[in-house]
Design a protein around this ligand. Structure first.
Ligand SMILES: [Zn+2]
Length: 64
């Protein structure tokens, strides 16, 4: 799951660019897909649109 999501209607607010497909790592959101700014730090704007729904609460608790 990578590359740019050209089918998305979303555009990153900082640059107006087609969002990049990303996968979250760390904590309860590991493996959760989201769209974010396609640029790398430090140009990357802090903006996230989640693709997958939030994990169930009991799964989230298991990571703590
Ligand atoms: Zn951006």
């Amino acid at each position: 799951y990578c590359g740019l999501e050209y089918r998305s209607k979303h555009r990153c607010p900082g640059h107006g660019l087609v969002p990049a497909r990303r996968v979250s790592w760390g904590g309860a959101s590991t493996g959760r897909r989201f769209l974010g700014c396609p640029l790398d730090l430090p140009q990357e704007c802090e903006w996230v649109v989640w693709v997958d729904p939030p994990p169930p609460l009991r799964v989230a608790l298991a990571f703590e």
